[in-house]
Design a protein around this ligand. Structure first.
Ligand code: PPS
Length: 282
């Protein structure tokens, strides 16, 4: 299928038609945020699914019911996707949502509300590698010819939701102050208990040691890989083929080292460094 068939354009960004349409984007624009809503803003392949697991448990004091009974896409739905309109009435406050939208495309009611945001960042080299494998297994995305070709498209922003650098800069420059928490995929891999501690403090939840440990255990890569509510095994193979690449693929930091050539690393780093000039990011 051609790129035209697979993607629609929204303010210059490519969005998969399989999960987005004009109505879903209008629904997102007209969505009424509540002050106690929590939104996870995240560039694709940076930790969305992981947060769909962790957030409900932090909010409810580590009651496992949501992750054991509700698929991640209905549990913490995407603001901009078709599915939201179908499940919104079933969401109980405080509602958790995820979005891949950049800050400037958030709806008016978000800006008028006090809803909090958790922004998850991941090393863009690992994002590109994860995304490359995802594009091969997801039938609703343009299949990359080679990693080299995909890296080129990634750097030019000719992938879903545009450039990684634009996304990160939009949220870092949002000026949301105490309404936004920045957290990295890498710190979650390194010490999930500490990351859960940061999240619960931000959300004003007082989690016991035991509750924190339960979240860490049930949100580990292996636990999620074996949880059919979270590993996308409920999605028919014609849409996502786990034999090509599982959705929960490796879950590690630095997999780019197994994929990037020295030349690809040099090009990638130089483009990202240039576009991130002035941003205090390591
Ligand atoms: S998507 O399609 O945007 O929703 O993808 P997203 O969920 O943002 O990113 C998928 C990557 O996150 C990894 N992942 C995890 N890593 C470590 N621990 C846990 N628990 C976890 N859950 C999801 C997932 O494996 C993808 O990364 P890669 O590098 O491809 O393994």
């Amino acid at each position: 299928m051609s790129s035209e068939d697979l993607y629609l354009r929204h303010h210059g960004l490519l969005l998969p038609r399989e999960t987005h349409c004009a109505q879903s984007l209008r629904f997102a624009q007209e969505f009424k945020f509540r002050d106690d809503d929590v939104t996870v803003a995240v560039y694709p392949k940076s930790g969305t699914t992981w947060m769909q697991e962790i957030l409900p448990l932090v909010l409810n004091g580590a009651d496992l019911t949501p992750i054991q009974t509700v698929p991640n896409w209905d549990r913490v739905p995407w603001l901009e996707e078709k599915r939201l309109a179908l499940v919104v009435d079933q969401l109980k406050s405080p509602r958790g949502m995820v979005t891949h939208l950049p800050y400037h495309l958030m709806p008016p009611s978000f800006h008028a509300s006090k809803a909090k945001v958790i922004y998850v960042m991941r090393d863009p080299k690992d994002v590109a590698v994860s995304s490359y494998h995802f594009h091969k297994m997801a039938q609703f995305l343009e299949t990359p010819a080679t990693l080299d070709e995909f890296i080129g498209r990634f750097l030019q922003g000719k992938v879903m939701f545009g450039k990684w650098t634009d996304h990160v800069k939009s949220w870092r420059g949002s000026g949301l102050g105490g309404r936004i928490l920045f957290i990295t995929y890498e710190e979650m891999v390194q010490d999930l208990a500490a990351a859960v501690g940061r999240l619960s403090a931000f959300l004003g939840r007082d989690l016991s040691e035991e509750a924190t440990q339960r979240i860490v255990e049930h949100c580990s890569f292996n636990a999620m890989k074996n949880n059919c509510m979270s590993n996308f095994s409920l999605v028919p193979k014609v849409y996502m083929d786990p034999d090509t690449s599982p959705f929960l693929r490796k879950g590690i930091v630095g997999d780019w080292k197994n994929h990037f050539s020295p030349e690809q690393l040099a090009t990638f780093s130089s483009v990202i460094r240039k576009e991130m000039e002035g941003e205090s990011l390591e």
